[in-house]
Design a protein around this ligand. Structure first.
Ligand SMILES: [Fe+2]
Length: 284
């Protein structure tokens, strides 16, 4: 998406939203919302009911080699205790259906609180898109109605590995919620990577490819932001973080609607993600 350098610059910081008592996403001004939608990233004031410190403690504990949660079994390629290839990132990843079985109850509850945040944000994106509400659930592969797939992951960066922290990429899902505790995340604005500053008391929210896909023919298309994490050195503070991915049902279908509710396209989630993976690989 073309942005003037003034609109795109992070010099004045990212826009900041909050969630109201009636569970709406609010920005101080419409200009802030517009900037968030144009950039594809914003900060969200941490809702007061969320025990972020407890979740951080759980995440930091995973760095110890003898932490028992490192033994959580792998489910396919996406879940379990995983070290990524060609990246420093190491993570414990679980989808919503496995939270109660493997995470402590307060961490499973934390995940459900992030579900609520993800749904609130998605509903605001769809409201702005003009797509009639009756189609939101179908468009989003169930996520807007509390289904779909969600991942709650605890990550850290293994500095014994000299690779980049995370290579440049876009996220494939709908919305990503991040707890950032140390510098290193950068987003691409006007073809240039810029640092996303750490902002205590706030979560960073960014949009993914599936959200771009379903809003393509709507009145308000949003784009997936390209981002990377710089290589972390052993002299840096350990970089750990919490990442929540709001996804459609991975075995389902995404639909593109216009503001009149007409179907303008569709794709199985598997096909869309495979195409994105192919493009990512080709750009490497
Ligand atoms: Fe990412």
């Amino acid at each position: 998406m073309a942005l003037s350098s003034q609109e795109g610059s992070l010099n004045v910081g990212l826009p900041i939203a909050s969630i109201s008592d009636d569970r709406r996403l609010l920005f101080p001004t419409s200009a802030d919302l517009n900037r968030a939608w144009d950039l594809g990233i914003f900060y969200l004031k941490l809702p007061t009911n969320i025990d972020l410190d407890g979740a951080r403690r759980f995440g930091r504990g995973l760095i110890a080699p003898d932490n028992p949660y490192r033994q959580i079994p792998k489910y396919g390629e996406l879940e379990g205790f995983i070290a990524l290839e060609n990246n420093q990132q190491t993570k414990l990843a679980l989808s919503r259906q496995h939270w109660d079985q493997h995470y402590p109850s307060e961490i499973a509850e934390f995940g459900r609180q992030l579900d609520e945040i993800g749904i609130t944000i998605l509903r605001e994106v769809l409201r702005q898109s003009g797509i009639p509400e009756t189609f939101w659930e179908r468009a989003s592969g169930g996520y807007s109605a509390g289904a779909g797939t969600a991942f709650l992951n605890f990550v850290h960066y293994d500095t014994r590995n000299p690779d980049q922290g995370l290579r440049p990429h876009t996220d494939y899902g709908l919305i990503t919620i991040l707890d950032i505790t140390a510098p290193g995340l950068q987003i691409k604005v006007n073809d240039k990577f810029e640092e996303v500053p750490v902002f205590p008391g706030h979560l960073a929210i960014h949009f993914g490819e599936a959200l771009n896909f379903i809003t393509t023919h709507s009145d308000r298309t949003v784009g997936a932001i390209e981002h990377q994490v710089l290589s972390q050195k052993s002299t840096d503070p350990i970089r750990h973080g919490i990442v929540y991915f709001a996804n459609p049902d991975l075995a389902g279908v995404l639909w593109k609607f216009d503001a009149q509710g007409r179907v303008k396209g569709s794709s199985s989630v598997a096909d869309l993600f495979a195409l994105l993976e192919k493009n990512l690989t080709e750009h490497r």
